[in-house]
Design a protein around this ligand. Structure first.
Ligand SMILES: *Cc1c(COP(=O)(O)O)cnc(C)c1O
Length: 229
């Protein structure tokens, strides 16, 4: 397993150091291993090494891998989700990170009514306003959350964002800081079925900055598994 275990140790160590720099408890940050394009055997290796949180960004891949990976592990849906695919995953994932439009919220709500309990979601916010990115526009985030709040089948557990790719991780800091700020604003509204327990932000190239700015879930792919083909 070599590399994989070393990568994992290094990532954990860097999360820990970033947390301590920011005066945070390292245990308050969850490492989510992003397993897109990664074969099941390698996923199993990180699970055996203690990773308990996996994330996929495509429904098909999640469905294939879900029954094949063994151990005390939870799956999260982190990628764009089509409304007609919610039915395949709502009972398999602990958290959907990519709630970004009302039609999707309604589809999730519909499945929740059959499930008999609310489904946990993060609202994905396009903080930087990039045209190519998914997510609710920063300016519309609060009104979107108010709309979703009317659906009893959804429990909003926090926010998610992807920072624009940058050479220097430091360039992502204003994005992460803004998401943190937005979470505090939402918290102050004290809306039903809305809490700001989680901030899902930070990927392989910028997770330390995200941890310094309050991330509770960092989503790491290539930093664990190496580059994707
Ligand atoms: C691929 C992906 C990641 C991980 O990216 P890396 O740069 O490989 O760490 C994180 N979040 C989402 C939504 C992704 O699609």
């Amino acid at each position: 397993m070599g590399h994989l275990e070393e990568n994992l140790d290094r990532v954990r160590q860097r999360i820990r150091e970033a947390a301590l720099r920011a005066g945070r408890r390292p245990e308050s940050i969850r490492l989510l291993a992003v397993t897109k394009t990664v074969p099941v055997e390698r996923i199993q290796q990180v699970v055996d090494a203690g990773v308990d949180l996996l994330g996929e960004n495509r429904v098909q891949e999640l469905l294939e891998k879900y029954p094949q990976v063994h151990g005390p592990v939870r799956w999260h849906m982190i990628g764009t989700l089509q409304t007609n695919k919610v039915k395949y995953i709502y009972d398999k994932v602990e958290l959907i990170h990519s709630l970004d439009r009302l039609s999707l919220a309604q589809a999730i709500d519909h499945q929740a009514s059959r499930f008999g309990r609310p489904i946990d979601c993060l609202v994905e916010v396009n903080v930087a306003g990039e045209e190519t990115k998914h997510g609710v526009d920063r300016r519309d985030a609060i009104s979107f959350i108010r709309d979703v709040m009317t659906l009893e089948g959804i429990h909003i557990r926090g926010l998610m964002t992807m920072a624009p790719y940058a050479e220097k991780p430091e360039e992502a800091r204003p994005v992460f800081r803004d998401l943190y700020q937005l979470a505090r604003e939402v918290e102050d509204l004290r809306l039903p079925r809305v809490d700001m327990e989680h901030l899902s932000m930070g990927m392989s190239n910028d997770f330390e900055v995200a941890v310094e700015e309050g991330a509770t879930i960092v989503r790491i792919g290539s930093g664990l598994f190496g580059g994707r083909s």
